[in-house]
Design a protein around this ligand. Sequence first.
Ligand code: ZN
Length: 118
Amino acid sequence: MVEELTDGQERELHERLRALEVELREVLARGREGAQVVSLDQPIGRVSRMDAMQQQKMAEAARRQAERRLGQVKVALAALEEGDYGLCRECDEPIGHRRLSARPETPFCLACQGRREG
Ligand SMILES: [Zn+2]
């Protein structure tokens, strides 16, 4: 049986979510600057062009992941305002402090996350 969060645990996770929001916004802002610097039109050799494309692909994947995570952080912060933070968005059961302290923005309990991943 997973316990609901205590007030202290909720406060601590709230702090971490706010810090995470700032951090992810910075990552996304830096990503945009980086994308402008690397231009594939520049006359650089074939190998370095492939390197640049590979790097751009990786940066793009990292950016998408940061965007997804920022979305979850915002949902979690809104849930805190509403007073239903820490409850699974699928089954309404407590997600549990252990899982939330590993990933405070996670929207689902372990069981529902497992089902969603098949
Ligand atoms: Zn659930």
